[in-house]
Design a protein. Structure first.
Length: 54
């Protein structure tokens, strides 16, 4: 597999992980209430931006 194929695999794996993360965040937020949802969502986006920048 060339570098492009590897990259595409990485991207799809990352997006699957991101979706699972979002589901977890939503699940936790439901248990913690709406104000926490906003904080968790912000934190989550920051984590993904940090990963994307690396």
């Amino acid at each position: 597999m060339g570098p492009v194929g590897g990259l595409l695999t990485d991207i799809s794996a990352t997006s699957v992980a991101a979706k699972l993360d979002i589901l977890l965040v939503r699940h936790r937020a439901k248990n913690q209430g709406e104000s926490s949802l906003h904080k968790l969502a912000q934190q989550h986006e920051m984590n993904h931006l940090a990963i994307a920048v690396r």
